[in-house]
Design a protein around this ligand. Structure first.
Ligand SMILES: Cc1ncc(C[n+]2csc(CCOP(=O)(O)OP(=O)(O)O)c2C)c(N)n1
Ligand SMILES: [Mg+2]
Length: 767
């Protein structure tokens, strides 16, 4: 109620609260132990308070969006209120002793999106329990005895990923204890519209184990019955922790006395009868009745407890608000005094200052706006105060950049950008092998080197993936290290995220790049923003392995790189042209604590490559393109499978006297961090970007990087050009491929046209 008021007073933007769901959370907190993990949603304030991983002050600090990480340890003001997270990393970005902490992974808003990660948190326990080599990592796990606790709203169980995660947990038999908080509604829509039979417990019956079949243990209990809740959680915990069996508790008859959030009123959609029932069955009211009936306290004692609790909450709210405002005030006071000095230079600054002084609860942006307005008014002045205001703007810009935009990627010593290069070394004994053999040698070395490394994916285990990169490695390292999964891309990624959060080093495979779309939501909403949304409080150094660009036909030849680049900032995107480069990137990423997507060339597994002698050590730096061919007339930037097409065209162009400089970008996020490409453009004066994405996709991304960020526009003698696939999916068959994707003739003609424009005498129009 207090929080809601803050929103209506304009002190906070939006509020969503856990009222009506308190009592079950207390029961859950009683069985949650050090080393356990939570993956839940925005109703869990009582639980977080009960396990002592949230204070009332922190709760309000997040409501106000206090950017001090000490005030809001979950997110430093980045997440909406009710989005909980514990700090699993220390100030250097290293994982703390999580086996001794009560851990909550960082909440996100999309309904049910906590489920894939929950599966992974539980799966890690299975690995810690079953892989003897992991026993030494006592900071990560206590022999795999940890439970992953999930919470989810009733309506959110209608999402596909809820069922996908549950099914996977049943298959994998992992210690995942999911609680469904059922208040009969999802905002305004009741269970009749959400769930078959209007009841998730009824729907899930088929998951129940039988005498000879494993499954998911199911419980149902009423959300206002404290005694029954405690008994249920004790029993559920015991089964889950000791037998490693997934368990689901359907907590029914919950209420939502404040309505869904601050942006709507429940009277619009709940009947009078329902509202009366909710008032009657409010779990706190019921718990009080139970305490009194058991004579654990007298009514007077209960009144006193309630009064004290309210007073405590109010005091916490006030101190959190004061801390929030004080923090902001420091900058504002400095600015106000500068503005005062500036009035003598331009009296109009006085109005700006007065407006700022009169702003109720001024935020950082109010001061910045005032300073910028003043800077404009003072633009002709040579008074020192003008410079001082400019300095104030620059300093606060920098600090606000840090406050609101830091930690998208790892900033620790293990950042992928800091991993030193180890070039591939070759000798006479380095044989020529199929590309897949290069990868296999790399994965073999990785699995041997580090017991925390494991690989999962469709067909990855027994046959060693559809292209045999892991062939024979399950046999060598066991089923726990190289593992088949069901066809469930979204939770393959979630399984990786959860395990990576717990300090393991998963390689999660998506069989074909086209099917990454199933996991894009989880990658984008969960993994890509993990470090950002916790301001460096959590990390999940997951490697996503996939293959794409070009093979045959729709859904096996996709290269939707623009989609990836635009949805996955926070994950490095590496696009090696062959398997040796890919191996270099795997090794780099396995040493780093960043997440990365590595896209292998689907048509490269059977091409011959020399196997480096140091396959286990070689490491490629990120953001460093490679010049595949030097030239003087035109720069062609490309990556992945297109490297070979472009090189073929460059050979043809050379034959008629056009010299191409071909550059393999190698990584798209990050892209050419040392601005190597602009140097090439200085030399050639012409640039072409070639890839297999749609027009305006990743080629446009590269163009922006080079022309705008690297300022290459000023060296151009011809219009910048892109060569891309068509807008549609690639058609089937060799002709389908030829006419859908860029081919050597197209590259030849695009480059020829640029030269023809400059020198039609030497290069007359072809047609
Ligand atoms: C993918 C997605 N769709 C829609 C929303 C908007 N939304 C937020 S909460 C909510 C209802 C969730 O209901 P339920 O799961 O029963 O949880 P409750 O809020 O009732 O505890 C909706 C539709 C969202 N956050 N994410
Ligand atoms: Mg609900």
């Amino acid at each position: 109620m207090l929080g809601r008021k803050e929103v209506f007073l304009g002190k906070a933007k939006f509020g969503i609260f856990g009222d009506g769901k308190e009592v079950a959370q207390i029961a859950m907190a009683k069985v949650f132990r050090a080393g356990d993990f939570r993956s839940g949603y925005y109703r869990d304030q009582t639980f977080m308070l009960a396990i002592n991983e949230l204070t009332l002050e922190q709760y309000f600090a997040q409501l106000y969006a206090h950017t001090d990480v000490n005030a809001d340890p979950a997110s430093a003001g980045r997440l909406m209120n009710g989005h909980f997270a514990t700090r699993m990393l220390d100030e250097n970005g290293e994982l703390r002793d999580v086996s001794k902490l009560k851990n909550s992974s960082a909440d996100i808003s999309p309904t049910a999106a906590q489920m894939p990660r929950l599966l992974g948190l539980a799966y890690a326990s299975k690995l810690f329990r079953n892989n003897a080599e992991l026993k030494e990592f006592t900071n990560l796990s206590n022999g795999g005895n940890e439970i992953a606790f999930g919470t989810i709203g009733n309506a959110s169980t209608a999402e596909g990923m809820f069922f996908e995660a549950l099914n996977a947990a049943g298959v994998l038999q992992v210690p995942m204890l999911t609680s469904v908080w059922d208040d009969n509604y999802g905002i305004s829509v009741s269970n009749e519209y959400q769930t078959t039979k209007g009841n998730i417990y009824a729907v899930l019956q088929g998951f129940k184990p039988t005498d000879d079949e494993k499954g998911i243990e199911l419980f149902t209990v009423r959300g206002w019955d404290y005694d029954a809740l405690c008994r249920t959680y004790l029993e559920a915990e015991k089964i889950c922790r000791t037998s490693h069996v997934p368990v689901l508790i359907h907590v029914d008859e919950m209420t939502q006395p404040l309505g869904h959030s601050t942006s709507g009123s429940q009277e619009r959609y709940k009947s009078k009868e329902r509202l009366a029932w909710e008032a009657e069955f409010d779990c706190i009211k019921k718990m009080r009745e139970w305490i009194l009936s058991q004579e654990f306290a007298t009514p007077d004692e209960m009144d006193l407890i309630e009064k004290e609790a309210k007073a405590r909450a109010k005091a916490a709210k006030e101190s959190a608000w004061k801390a929030f405002m004080d923090d902001i005030q420091q900058d504002q006071q400095a600015l106000l005094s500068l503005l005062e000095d500036a009035v003598a230079v331009n009296p109009e600054v006085g109005d700006v200052r007065t407006a700022l002084v009169r702003t109720t609860n001024p935020l950082r942006m109010d001061a910045v706006k005032a300073a910028k307005t003043a800077a404009r008014l003072l633009r002709h002045s040579s008074a020192p105060v003008r410079k001082e205001i400019a300095e104030w703007v620059k300093r606060t810009n920098r600090e606000n950049g840090e406050r609101f935009s830091s930690n998208l990627y790892s900033e620790s010593e293990s950042s992928a950008l800091k991993i030193a290069e180890v070039p591939a070394s070759f000798s006479e004994k380095s044989g020529l092998v199929d590309g897949r053999e290069v990868l296999k040698a790399c994965f073999d070395a990785a699995l041997k080197r580090d017991p925390r490394v494991f690989a999962i994916g469709e067909d990855v285990g027994f046959i060693g993936d559809v292209n045999q990169g892991f062939a024979g490695l399950q046999k060598k390292y066991g089923e726990m290290r190289v593992t088949d999964t069901g066809i469930r891309e979204c939770t393959i990624i979630g399984q990786g995220i959860g395990a990576a959060l717990r300090g393991l080093r998963p390689i999660a495979e998506i069989q074909y790049l086209d099917y990454l779309i199933y996991a894009i939501q989880t990658l984008s909403d969960d993994l890509a923003c993990l470090q950002y949304r916790t301001r460096g409080g959590q990390k999940a150094p997951l490697i996503i392995r996939t293959r794409g660009h070009r093979l045959e036909g729709v859904w096996h030849a996709g290269s939707p790189i623009g989609m990836i680049l635009h949805s996955l900032r926070g994950i490095y995107v590496l696009v090696p042209r062959n398997m040796t480069q890919a191996a270099g990137f795997y090794n780099t990423m396995l040493r780093s604590d960043d997440a990365a997507l590595i896209i292998e060339c689907l048509n490269g597994y059977r091409l011959k490559e020399r196997l480096p002698d140091n396959i286990g050590e070689l490491a490629l730096p990120l953001g460093v393109p490679e010049i595949l061919r030097e030239g003087s007339d035109v720069t062609i930037v490309t990556y992945g499978s297109m490297c070979r097409i472009v090189m073929e065209a460059a050979d043809d162009l050379q034959r008629i006297g056009i010299s191409c400089e071909v550059i393999d970008a190698q990584t798209l996020l990050p892209f050419d961090i040392h601005h190597m490409i602009v140097n090439s453009v200085k030399k050639t004066g012409r640039i072409v970007f070639a890839d297999e994405d749609v027009p305006g996709g990743a080629s446009a991304f590269m163009m922006q990087k080079v022309l705008e960020e690297q300022n290459a526009y000023q060296y151009l003698d011809a219009k910048p050009t892109t060569i891309t696939a068509k807008e549609h999916r690639p058609a089937y068959g060799s002709d389908g491929d030829y006419f859908s994707k860029p081919n050597p003739e197209e590259v030849f003609e695009s480059v020829y046209a640029l030269l023809s424009e400059a020198d039609p005498g030497t290069f007359p129009a072809l047609y």
